[in-house]
Design a protein around this ligand. Structure first.
Ligand code: CA
Length: 419
């Protein structure tokens, strides 16, 4: 077992019962302290831990780490050190904050109350790819826009379909966005019009962050893939449905997707998610040999989406689960690199919208409101077909079994009116 995952370990840092961040999580992130210092850190309960300060105090002695590895504005250099190092650092952090070891308790420069720190983007995203790996989502979209009898395209059951997205507009939780403007073709019109998007939508996704891969020309197999995945975040892939509908043929989405994608602040490592492995859906027809895999490669991660209109309470509009994904992360990475495409530390790969089998588990308003034909009633009595100005969309995710909960916190984004 991975030492840091010991389910019996307790921390001397207080952790509330339903916290996503017990001592068994130990995610990685980047934050700014009240003094304006930017540092790499982790979190236990509601306490943010400055790893640069811990390193300076000598707590990582015995692990080969550059002196300034945690004094960075992104986790990319740390991720480049590779899985044995991430694992050793996580194990060491678990040991330092174990309830049997209170030596550091009085070193105030290491610990910060969560509300006092400002979370930043955890990685500098070099390249961003978005997959389309939920069979339920692809079927729903195919049913609405093409042919219910042939909802899946002929390639879908053979290829983890994806496209290259835009890294520059990936933003951390808490950063508001403006409603995008663009070109659309109104129904029954003969000429396109320009203006604010009318059908603004979220996509409930997760994303994984990669390590440095192999040289250009080499591929990563499904068996090797997890050694090249640092961890996961929640991912809201904002989508302008009306812009998308007009622009997406023949090369796929462009401006409908690249105005913003929001991620949760803490990267939860694959090591922390290890106890929540589960089998994925049966893949029939049989996949090509390079996409075959062994063992459980899905994870049981509860996901939910809430919409919070301004000045009122939020309403949950979807409860889904990462385990529904047809194509797993190992297959996505194996497919991405099978042609020799290389990857770097800090690259981000979106799962694609994660819809479950029932309407209450759909991962976008497009599906939940079925193209606007089934509005959702909010707790304040207003209706939503898509996202309105001043709404905040909040996604949450957590794993739970045997009384232990490992979570991602949330990704929360407010939509401001078009500029
Ligand atoms: Ca997407």
């Amino acid at each position: 077992m991975i030492k840091a995952n010991d389910p019996n370990r307790k921390s001397w840092i207080p952790v509330e019962k339903d916290s996503d961040f017990p001592i068994q999580n130990i995610p990685f992130g980047v934050f700014e302290t009240t003094r304006g210092d930017v540092t790499i850190g982790t979190r236990i309960g509601d306490t943010a831990i400055d790893l640069a300060a811990l390193h300076q105090l000598g707590y990582f002695e015995g692990i080969e780490l550059p002196d300034d590895i945690f004094m960075q504005e992104s986790l990319n250099p740390f991720i480049s050190l590779g899985k044995p190092t991430w694992r050793a650092v996580r194990d060491k952090i678990a040991e330092i904050f174990d309830s049997n070891n209170i030596e550091i308790k009085h070193k105030a420069e290491v610990l910060h109350e969560m509300p006092s720190v400002k979370m930043k983007l955890p990685v500098e995203v070099g390249d961003y790819t978005d997959f389309y790996s939920s069979r339920e989502h692809a079927t729903n979209v195919g049913t609405m826009f093409r042919d219910p009898d042939n909802a899946l395209m002929p390639n879908w059951l053979h290829i983890p379909v994806g496209y290259h997205g835009r890294a520059s507009s990936i933003i951390p939780s808490g950063t508001p966005i403006h409603r995008p403007k663009g070109q659309t073709m109104p129904k029954d019109a003969t000429e396109p019009v320009f203006g604010p998007c009318k059908l603004l939508d979220f996509e409930l996704e997760t994303a994984f962050i990669t390590a440095d891969g192999k040289p250009l020309g080499d591929n990563i197999t499904t068996a090797e893939a997890e050694d090249y995945i640092f961890g996961m975040v929640l991912f809201n892939d904002w989508s302008a449905r009306d812009i998308q509908k007009w622009e997406y043929v023949p090369l796929g989405p462009f401006l409908a997707k690249n105005f913003a994608s929001s991620i949760s602040s803490w990267i939860v490592t694959l090591d922390a998610l290890e106890p929540y492995r589960t089998a994925g859906p049966t893949q029939e027809p049989k996949v090509l040999p390079y996409l075959e895999y062994e063992g459980d490669k899905n994870y049981d991660i509860n996901l939910e989406v809430a919409i919070k209109p301004e000045n009122t309470e939020e309403t949950c509009v979807s409860k889904s689960n990462f385990k529904y994904l047809y194509w797993n992360m190992a297959q996505q990475l194996a497919h991405h690199t099978i042609n020799g495409c290389n990857i770097h530390a800090g690259d981000m790969m979106g799962s694609g919208t994660i819809s479950g089998p029932t309407p209450d588990s759909y991962g976008s308003m497009l599906e939940i409101s079925w193209q606007g034909t089934k509005p959702v009633t909010m707790k304040d009595g207003t209706e939503r077909k898509f996202i309105l100005d001043n709404d905040t969309v909040i996604m949450r995710g957590y794993c739970e079994n045997n009384g232990l909960r490992i979570g991602f916190g949330e990704v929360s984004t407010k939509v401001l009116p078009a500029k």
